[in-house]
Unconditional design. Structure first.
Length: 350
């Protein structure tokens, strides 16, 4: 009898080992997404990425990717001339692009969580509940919100609280403390004050921008483009729509740096005021930069196929050359689309 039990356990153990090896192969080497394999992955919490000991499971990535797919499939993009079909090869690649963005966001969330622990920041359940009251009030009832979340993402109300609201509140608190600890330096103030003095001495704004601005359009005279009233929500937006053409602001401090903004032109489109702006900006280190530097110091291990870790830039990238080329192609399409949109705006306002 004992021998029979021993054989039973040995055979059972061998079968279990074979199953584990098979699941591992079908997860990390030859990707198989059958319902059985998906269930086992979720049960075992098999890791996709490990960040400083934090496990991002394959199941979490698969669930989030499914939510992204569900969201796009439930949107009406016909007015934009866009058709989303994830059953095609092109659609599968586009979904991969969304998945990669989501994975990088999960890693960023872990970095923010670690910062929150270092700075003794926490988010209570009551704070999450309070923050969720606004969308409920906007949509009418809790039932309507639940229905919408289920339709768009396949989420419960609790999923929305944990995946979106709590993380957003945590980032806002981290951002507030970062801004307090990251004021403009004396060197930055001196630089922007020199620029302001030259403007006050009637030097051409574009020339001053080329000399002092850290902005990406400094060589073009600091041109920012056209903006509608209400489009800029920070300290800059509070001033520029009360000013006249040819005026410039005093020195304005934002989380991004020290700014002087010039009103190049003013027009009205469909009854809405629009302003064409240029700026001189002396940049601070942003929260995004700070988080990126923190991620660079974190130990990131990637186990799922198709991705690799770009340590110098602290970002997950595609391992497959075909996906890299496809990503570049889509990026170029988006840049061209933005340029065409800007040209249309310029033509409308000329």
């Amino acid at each position: 009898m004992k021998l029979m039990y021993k054989k039973f356990f040995v055979i059972g153990g061998v079968i279990l080992v074979i199953i584990i090896i098979s699941i591992t192969v079908m997860t990390y080497f030859v990707r198989v997404d059958s319902p059985l394999v998906l269930t086992v992955r979720k049960t075992l919490h098999l890791p996709a990425i490990v960040v400083d000991g934090h496990n991002i499971s394959i199941a979490e990535i698969e669930e989030n990717t499914a939510s992204i797919k569900r969201f796009y499939e439930n949107q009406d993009f016909s007015k934009l001339g866009i058709r989303i079909d994830f059953d095609t090869e092109d659609g599968q690649k586009r979904l991969k692009l969304e998945e990669k963005t989501m994975i990088n966001k999960l890693i960023e969330d872990i970095a923010i969580e670690e910062l929150a622990k270092e700075w003794d920041i926490s988010i209570s359940k009551d704070a999450v509940k309070s923050a969720m009251e606004r969308p409920m009030n906007e949509m009418g009832t809790e039932k309507a919100v639940k229905q919408k979340l289920q339709e768009l993402y396949g989420w419960t109300l609790n999923d929305f609280g944990e995946k979106v609201v709590k993380k957003q509140l945590l980032k806002e608190k981290v951002s507030a403390i970062f801004d307090e600890q990251n004021p403009a330096t004396d060197e930055m103030k001196q630089k922007i004050q020199k620029a302001k003095k030259e403007l006050d001495d009637n030097r051409v704004f574009a020339d001053v921008a080329q000399t002092y601005s850290d902005g990406i359009h400094a060589n073009e005279g600091g041109i920012m483009g056209w903006f509608a009233d209400g489009q800029i929500q920070d300290e800059i937006g509070q001033q520029i729509f009360t000013m006249d053409k040819g005026e410039y602001t005093d020195i304005i401090e934002t989380p991004f740096g020290l700014h002087i903004v010039y009103i190049d032109d003013i027009t009205e489109v469909d009854g809405k005021k629009m302003v064409h702006l240029s700026q001189i900006v002396v940049k601070k280190q942003t929260l995004a930069d700070f988080i990126n530097e923190k991620i660079k110091k974190m130990n990131v291990k990637i186990f799922i196929p198709g991705y690799e870790w770009d340590a110098p830039n602290a970002v997950v990238i595609f391992a497959d050359e075909d996906m890299k080329k496809f990503e570049q192609k889509i990026l170029q399409e988006r840049i061209l689309q933005q340029q065409n949109t800007q040209e249309i705006k310029n033509n409308v306002n000329e």
